[in-house]
Structure formats: C-alpha cells, structure tokens
Design a protein around this ligand. Sequence first.
Ligand code: MG
Ligand code: ZN
Length: 225
Amino acid sequence: MQEARGKTVTVIKDILGANEQIALENRGLFNEKGVFVLNVMAAPGAGKTSLIQRTIEPLRDRLRIAVIEGDVASTIDADRIAGLGIPAVQINTGGACHLDASMVRSALSGLSLEDIDLLLVENVGNLICPTGFALGEHLKVMVSSTPEGDDKPYKYPGMFSAVDVLLLNKVDLLPLLDFDMDTFRRGVEALNPNVAFFPVSCKTGEGIEAWVEWLLARRDQGFQP
Ligand code: MG
Ligand code: ZN
C-alpha cells in the first residue's frame, strides 16, 4: 500500500513536470514573438467569454488580438469571438476539465504568432485544477461573479491564491443578491494580498476601463511574470 501510494505521487509529479517544461517552451515562443498571453480562469457561467469580448472592444484598434477557447465540447465560444472578426481557435478537451500546455501548443498551429500582440486563452470552466497546469501565460486572470456568492474565496482558496488579477463580474446584480463585498474581499486579502482586484459588469461595462488600463500597463512593463 505504502509503495503503491509512493508510485502514484511520482507519476503525478512527472505529469506536472512535463507540463511545466512545455509551458516554459510556450513562454519562450511567446516572448520571442512579442505575444502577451493571459490565462483566463473561472467557474462555468462566471463570464469568461463576456470578459474577453469586453476586453477586445477597447483594445482591438491598438493591439492585434487572438483568442484560444478551451471547452469540454462545442465551438460556441470560438464562434462568438470569430463573429467579432478576431482570430479564434477552439480546443475541445474531450472531457478533460482544464487546459494544459501541450493543448495550447497544438492550438498555436492555427494562429500566426507574428501577427498577434495579445493572446487571450479561455480555460475550461472549473475552479480547481486549471491553476495546477501552467500554459506559458504571462498573467493568470480569474473571473469570479457575484451570483456565485461571497464565500467563494473560502471554498476555493487554491485558485484565489494563485492568480495575478481577479475580476468580480456581475456587480450590476449586487442590489438583488445577499453578497457581502467585505466578506469577499477579506477572504481574497487573506489568500492573495497583492492581487489586482477589479469589480466589473460585462453587461453594463462598469469597471472595464480600469481593468483594460491596468492590463496595458502590465503589458508595457515587459514580458516577465
Ligand atoms: Mg466561455
Ligand atoms: Zn482538470
């Protein structure tokens, strides 16, 4: 029993180690081609695709943008982005609940990196394992949303502590919900005191300008994490 358990741990370490290696190669390629990359993570329905759309709107005249959409099945999100005239590649994970670095590497063959300044990667909707798998991104972005509740940081500490920036979406619904902003912020603060935090509404556009300005400043700082 003891030995079997030891082997399982070794196998998991190897998988994560192999992913880390490919992620580093992806990152090297992005840096070489001058592509700034975001890994956008959230629970299903929090508004990842809407946030990506809202981020594209003010930036599309300034930066060349492309999107990789990760979903278990369907091309709904990639079709939505392609409908905006933005290059979009869909990854269907065929059941897997997160993207990994090799999936992203395969998807890159469908994009011309020379012609991209900003690449938005939408991860599979899941609050647990996506943070365990680096993709080669420069920034880890989390979208949480008010209907999910103010207790989310307490229930999913792994993701809240791993991200560089946190957007709290659907703040237009706050008057209808028992969402206590102080409870939410205290939970986030305890896990990740340095995280950049933006309350936004992808429906009304509230807060989007502040987020986009921050993103541009981070990109200008260069391609280091
Ligand atoms: Mg989506
Ligand atoms: Zn997973």
